[in-house]
Design a protein around this ligand. Sequence first.
Ligand code: CA
Length: 455
Amino acid sequence: MRAWAKIRKLTGLMQKLRTALTAAILATAVTGAAAAQDRDDRYITGTISPPAASPGNAPEWSGESGASGHPLMTAPAIRAAAASFPICLERMWPAAARRGVSRETYHAVTASLTPDLRIMDLLDNQPEFTKSFWDYLDVLVTDVRIAKGRELLQKYRATFDAVEQAYGVDRYILAAIWGVETNYGTIGGDRPVVRSTATLACIGRRQNYFREEFLSTLEIIQRGDVRPDHLVGSWAGAFGPTQFMPTAFKRYAVDFDHDGRRDVVDSVPDLIASTANNLRKDGWVNGQTWGYEVVIPATLNFALADRRQAMTIREWERVGVVRPNGKAFARPDELAYLLVPAGIQGPGFLMLANFNAIMKYNPAEAYALAIGHLSDRLRGGERFAQDWPRYERVLSRNERLELQQLLSQQGYDIGDPDGHLGSKTRSAIRDFQGKIGQVPDGFASAEVLERLRAR
Ligand code: CA
């Protein structure tokens, strides 16, 4: 067994860390001007794992209706679906059979299966307090993680050589994904993927999506790619050191060590090559970086800082965006979008095609930036040159709702207040900041809230 597999069991400290980290990111990882859109669905279906239950004191389902208000998330609906869980499982058998799952396998996997209802709380989790972008980077890109990553790059050098050759994906990005997703396989969660995906396929508001994940899990078991008792992971069913969802496994996993099994949990060659294959198919451009740290001029039109508004590097230079070290950009015709997580007081980032490939792997910008930055540090690169506004407090969920209500009272169209600072809210904040003489960067600071309250 590999070293990282041996220490897969969570330590108390790591558990706490992951709990704080993932609970927060589920609500909103982003507090800045270029917040990620559509966060809820993509987080749920992505590779971010909320805390795994710790053995022995795993919390039970709260018994409460979910915060989403979805009819399938009410407490009675959850109880009713849980009661017919065995029937639901049996109904999926024909679909499993069509995928080559034997009756024997199906029976062995589902016979004594019970739903993990705690997942319903996690599915609708809306934490009150959230972390800042810089907190995520502090936690995910540490000296320890850099040292460990370099150690693994050295230890598996021959494998990384072969994978780079075969897939054209940078080894430092692969090691960084390994490091950010699970701290190199040490904090990936310990929920059985079969149970999690079966629960979500039969109960709650994402059944269609998770039916496919459950059936894909059965296929993995039928083929014997991964040891069934090692098929454990996040509550959403992501497993292995780089957190493959079962359907992503089907699309991307490869047998790089040629033993006949695509084992992304216990074979390092399979794990690294499968992750590389995933990135390549998601558009990774060989030999290029993910993006650049940039200095933002106060005169910038911050409406441009939006993932949907890519411009060429040359155009960004024209509006005053520069690199902090005075270096030139490599390819002026390349398209990039501008991410400004903390407004004018923090660093900006011009994101290239490879950042989009990382975002497809993990759709949370804070995580994707951590992956990019960790890869640079593993390569020997520097810390970001600019400071984050660490004195800024991240607004709580209630404060974000209040901010939206106050903006609405000021006549701004921000849609329905939902605590998510989307483009309408950010646009309203920018306009309001202009009125009160602040740099209109769209950053939802505590001061903006104070000034709105004083109106
Ligand atoms: Ca293999």
